[in-house]
Design a protein around this ligand. Structure first.
Ligand code: HEM
Ligand SMILES: *[C@@H]1O[C@H](CO)[C@@H](O)[C@H](O)[C@H]1NC(C)=O
Length: 566
């Protein structure tokens, strides 16, 4: 008896598909391995990154993949560079075999950030930020120049003075809330500082003076502006993760796709709510401009510049140096300034207050510095002129901010694509048995057109060649020049560098230093009670913990505030 072997058509198709996919993947793998091995200038030469480190999947799985000790791990800091004795590491992406150069080297990174024609943004990777249209953040070339030119002169000294005044005003509102909290209760820094920084960009950037708590029912909008910005921001992740064709099918062709439909609808809804708020702010600004109201003291230059550029025709814009914005660009830029103007600063300040609680001796120095300036306590109003006088005196406070930005930079890495073949310099080094850097040697790294160059900002900040053996330690003094020491400017890239560096750097520093000094003047910053019994390392691990997001997000930043007697 023979039993007949039956093979159905579907089984044949399945087998053929599997074989085809396997062959494609194997082909990709062989090619990527080959490319990786060719990159002989830097170790490790055969590393692959399974996912492009700057595309959506990597962002979504960044907290656990790539694993520890693999290239691209978000928590690796300087460890792999140290392991291979090189400030440049290479890999290739599995999918398109893109050669990838990872740099934690001040000189190489300075060259990359200075030369915006050779090293350009990976514009496609920023595509998902263009929810309303194009903006300064995701553009390159002459398009970027136009966006930057529109906003640039709003970030001047007069605006910094306004930022100082609004920060003082806002921190006073926060005091009222803090004073009502019992001493044994810790404060959720992320929640409060997000609120404070949103209020400050709202007033100093967009001329909108809102109270600490907005009564949503009295407004003409479904939700208040702060919530609208936060909601819209939260919707960027689903937008990044959902494939574009699915997104467009739902939003443009109204196709019903189970599971995705409610997620997309919710995101669209949040973006529309924010658009409503922005429309109102814009129309008010427009009528002020039409009625030619003179800039009053509250004049928010950023909003004025953006709206003015939108009111110009393209030809008019070109005359005055190519400055006009379409409606889409106006909305998109506004959203980006709201977003970039608060999130990074809020997250940075979370880490700062935790560090101050962890290092009371540093906090004491901040206190002594601000006590001299405000002997009678923090004023409720600060005249804008006080900015110019006070900020330069807060040298140590500013160093605390920078040291915190070094250890916890909100943007831990960026990427640029090489537009032509070129050569960068990196360092090879050996470690002595005592854990010191032994000898270093400068080597050429040939970069081919199309390669990815990673600005490993956190890696750079943890590079002991630039910062010394105590690189892991919180030590604000390293940002203070002395007759024998100048701090290594090029080894600090929290705000990126060169022509594409952060446009709001001075804004952020002014705002942060004002908040830190004012809070420390009024309160002693203390650790939460539940960590008091732990060792310092354990306390740091707990309170400074972060998770990757659009920028790094503090996971557990809490402190207690105790009102000072004097
Ligand atoms: C501690 C606070 C801040 C940090 C660490 C920070 C960091 C950065 C970094 C690393 C970049 C480069 C991003 C890239 O190349 O894709 C950047 C760009 C930018 N930042 Fe900031 N930022 C901060 C605060 C601010 C503030 C307060 C504003 C606005 C008021 C702002 C507005 C922008 C804008 C518009 C860009 C794009 C600039 C361009 O491409 O020409 N940032 N920021
Ligand atoms: C905005 O509204 C939400 C929800 O109604 C509320 O929880 C929040 O406190 C409000 N935010 C501000 C800044 O007033």
């Amino acid at each position: 008896m023979f039993s007949q072997v039956k093979i159905s058509l579907s089984e044949i198709v399945t087998a053929a598909t599997v074989a085809w996919v396997a062959q494609v993947l194997l082909g990709k793998w062989i090619k990527a391995k080959h490319v990786a091995r060719e990159l002989s200038s830097c170790p490790p030469t055969s590393a692959l990154t399974l996912f492009n480190p700057f595309r959506p999947i990597s962002l979504a799985i960044g907290s656990f993949y790539p694993f520890k000790n693999q290239l691209g791990n978000m928590f690796a800091r300087f460890s792999l560079y140290k392991k291979y004795g090189s400030t440049c590491l290479v890999s290739a992406t599995f999918w398109d075999a893109i050669p990838t150069y990872w740099f934690a080297d001040a000189d190489a990174l300075k060259t990359i950030t200075s030369d915006r024609f050779t090293f350009m943004k990976d514009v496609e990777a920023y595509e998902t930020l263009n929810v309303y249209g194009h903006s300064i953040v995701g553009q390159e070339g002459t398009e970027w120049k136009r966006h930057r030119a529109v906003a640039m002169n709003a970030f001047n000294e007069a605006n910094n003075a306004l930022v100082w005044r609004e920060s003082t005003r806002t921190v006073n509102k926060w005091f009222t809330q803090i004073d009502a909290v019992p001493l044994d209760e810790s404060i959720d820094l992320l929640r409060d500082l997000t609120r404070a920084t949103l209020l400050i960009i709202g007033s100093a950037g967009f001329g909108r003076h809102a109270p600490w708590v907005e009564d949503s029912s009295s407004l003409s909008h479904k939700v208040n502006l702060s919530s609208a910005v936060e909601e819209a921001t939260a919707q960027l992740l689903p937008r990044i993760l959902i494939p574009k064709f699915i997104w467009n099918a739902i939003t443009q062709n109204n196709v019903y796709i189970p599971f995705f439909k409610p997620v997309v609808d919710k995101a669209q809804d949040a973006l529309e709510v924010l658009r409503g708020h922005m429309a109102e702010i814009i129309s008010e600004a427009r009528s002020r401009l039409i009625n030619d109201e003179k800039d009053n003291e509250d004049g928010a230059a950023l909003l004025k510049n953006l709206v003015e550029a939108n009111m110009m025709t393209f030809e008019q814009g070109n005359e005055g140096g190519y400055k006009s914005l379409t409606d889409e660009e106006l909305y998109s830029n506004m959203f980006m300034y709201y977003l970039a103007g608060h999130e990074t600063t809020a997250h940075t300040l979370c880490f700062v207050f935790v560090y101050l609680a962890l290092y009371p001796e540093c906090q004491q120095k901040v206190f002594e510095e601000i006590l001299k300036i405000y002997p009678n306590g923090v004023p409720t109003e600060a005249p804008p002129s006080s900015y110019k006088k006070i900020l330069p005196q807060l040298e140590y406070t500013s160093a605390v901010l920078h040291e915190s930005l070094r250890l916890c930079p909100p943007v831990i890495r960026l990427v640029k694509l090489a537009q032509r073949d070129t050569i960068l310099k990196s360092k090879r080094f050996v470690m002595s048995s005592k854990g010191n850097i032994g000898s270093t040697e400068v080597v050429d790294v040939p970069i081919e057109k199309g390669a990815m160059c990673v600005l490993d900002i956190l890696g750079l900040h943890m590079n002991l060649i630039h910062w010394g053996n105590d690189v892991e330690k919180f030590k604000p003094e390293r940002f203070i020049d002395t007759p024998h020491y100048t701090w290594p400017r090029d080894a600090f890239l929290a705000f990126s560098g060169g022509p594409r560096s952060c446009i709001g750097q001075r804004f952020a520093i002014t705002e942060s230093v004002c908040i830190i000094a004012s809070v420390v003047r009024r309160y002693e910053v203390l650790l939460p009670q539940d960590v008091l019994a732990m060792k310092l390392e354990e306390q740091e691990r707990r309170l400074l913990d972060w998770k990757p997001g659009m920028t790094i997000i503090p996971a557990n930043a809490r402190v207690r505030f105790k009102k000072r007697e004097i």
